[in-house]
Design a protein around this ligand. Structure first.
Ligand SMILES: Cc1cc2nc3c(=O)[nH]c(=O)nc-3n(C[C@H](O)[C@H](O)[C@H](O)COP(=O)(O)OP(=O)(O)OC[C@H]3O[C@@H](n4cnc5c(N)ncnc54)[C@H](O)[C@@H]3O)c2cc1C
Ligand SMILES: NC(=O)c1ccc[n+]([C@@H]2O[C@H](COP(=O)([O-])OP(=O)(O)OC[C@H]3O[C@@H](n4cnc5c(N)ncnc54)[C@H](OP(=O)(O)O)[C@@H]3O)[C@@H](O)[C@H]2O)c1
Length: 325
């Protein structure tokens, strides 16, 4: 990588840097995996990360009780399995430790505090122009990386979006977003309203339950809740196994039948199932099924309308047109 003196006036400000290989944006699990792959092939690259650490979503925006909800063999990065002694569902700390070891193993050194502001493909010179703002303490500088290839690994869940809800500013209680939630410890004996029935909403609701708080949940759409495990086997693993031989619609039917055997009718929790099956919905609308790890058993109340509570939590969506982490 070296500074590149372009003759075009456009390229003079900010400073231009030629990258002899791809620029990867984002040092989450995907960016690290891309970097490791390139390293293995001896391809030079630059890995840009706006935060000051790898896997910033996991390190800064997740709650204490978080565990992977897929068994570890489905979640390790290429060519570097989880350590043997890790449990089937590693917790947040174990996962972050694993990612740190991954980066060390492949000698991946991201450039931290470098936020990509824009990336444009210049048809004329067939190169990417990636503008970044770099911060170092109170110093802020702008750089433009010029490269042939761009890998965008900025994640689906890293942006937090709060919905605008009329009258919320007059609410006297505390309002927080799921990405700021850490533990139910502070909510002992409190009424808590959880907005949104994604995996975040369901899992974090368990915390107040376990701290003698009284959570309720607002669910605005139909949702697929599946048990995390069916007869001791991960539902996800079972689905992957069946998909080798059966079409998606049939696997969906079997999954829903098994779910019904374990959880019973979901309507008894005031929830509604979508008419499309869970895998098909994921494939077509990117809506992830919720994997129940015991929240339904707690039978806290689900409702389809707002009511007055002391606390609000917002559980974010990965869908870019709505709310995000
Ligand atoms: C609470 C929670 C639990 C989850 N658990 C699971 C799970 O168990 N299993 C599962 O499969 N998925 C899970 N997910 C989904 C999650 O998206 C993935 O686990 C994983 O983090 C995706 O990795 P990624 O590298 O694609 O994106 P991210 O982890 O989101 O990483 C993206 C990186 O890009 C950086 N970045 C973004 N924009 C810029 C920019 N403009 N310039 C520079 N850097 C930028 C960010 O700072 C971030 O570090 C969970 C998500 C949440 C919120
Ligand atoms: N342990 C784990 O592994 C774990 C834990 C947490 C998250 N995750 C993963 O992280 C990703 C993001 O999950 P997530 O739960 O944070 O987001 P999500 O799956 O997008 O769910 C967001 C929820 O909020 C609702 N919502 C959004 N805006 C709303 C509004 N204005 N009013 C009422 N409800 C609203 C959505 O309803 P609609 O359906 O109507 O949009 C949805 O139920 C997923 O891939 C998930 O699997 C994994």
């Amino acid at each position: 990588m070296f500074s590149f003196p372009f003759s075009n006036q456009d390229f003079l400000e900010p400073r231009c840097v030629w990258v002899n290989g791809p620029v990867i944006v984002g040092a989450g699990p995907s960016g690290l995996a891309a970097a490791a792959g390139l390293k293995e092939q001896g391809v030079p690259y630059v890995l840009l990360e706006r935060a000051d650490c790898i896997a910033s979503l996991w390190q800064k925006r997740t709650y204490d009780r978080l565990k992977l909800h897929l068994p570890k063999q489905f979640y390790h990065l290429p060519k570097f399995p989880f350590p043997e002694h890790y449990p089937e569902y590693p917790n947040k700390k174990q996962f972050i430790d694993y990612l740190e070891s991954y980066a060390n193993h492949f000698n991946i050194k991201p450039q931290f505090n470098e936020c990509v502001e824009s990336a444009k493909y210049d048809e004329g010179c067939r190169l990417w122009r990636v503008k970044i703002v770099s911060t170092n303490g109170s110093t802020r500088s702008e750089v433009e990386y010029i490269c042939q290839w761009l890998v965008v690994a900025t994640g689906e869940n890293v942006e937090r979006v709060m919905p605008e809800i009329e009258g919320l500013q007059n609410f006297g209680g505390e309002v927080i977003h799921a990405s700021d939630y850490k533990s139910g410890e502070n909510f002992r004996w409190k009424n808590v309203l959880v907005v949104g029935c994604g995996n975040s909403g369901m899992e974090v609701s368990l915390d107040p339950c376990n701290h003698d708080a009284k959570p309720s949940m607002v669910v605005r759409s139909s949702v697929h809740v599946l048990p995390r495990e069916i007869r001791g086997k991960s539902s996800f693993e079972l689905a992957m196994l069946m998909l080798k031989w059966l079409p998606v619609w049939l696997v969906d039917k079997i999954l829903l039948f098994l779910t019904w055997m374990i959880l019973g009718k979901i309507e008894k929790y005031s929830l509604k199932r979508p008419s499309v099956g869970p895998l098909e919905l994921k494939n077509t609308q990117r809506k992830t099924p919720v994997l129940d790890i015991g929240a339904l058993e707690k039978r806290f109340s689900f409702s389809f309308s707002f009511s007055f509570f002391f606390f609000f939590f917002f559980f974010c969506s990965s869908s870019c047109w709505l709310m995000r982490n």
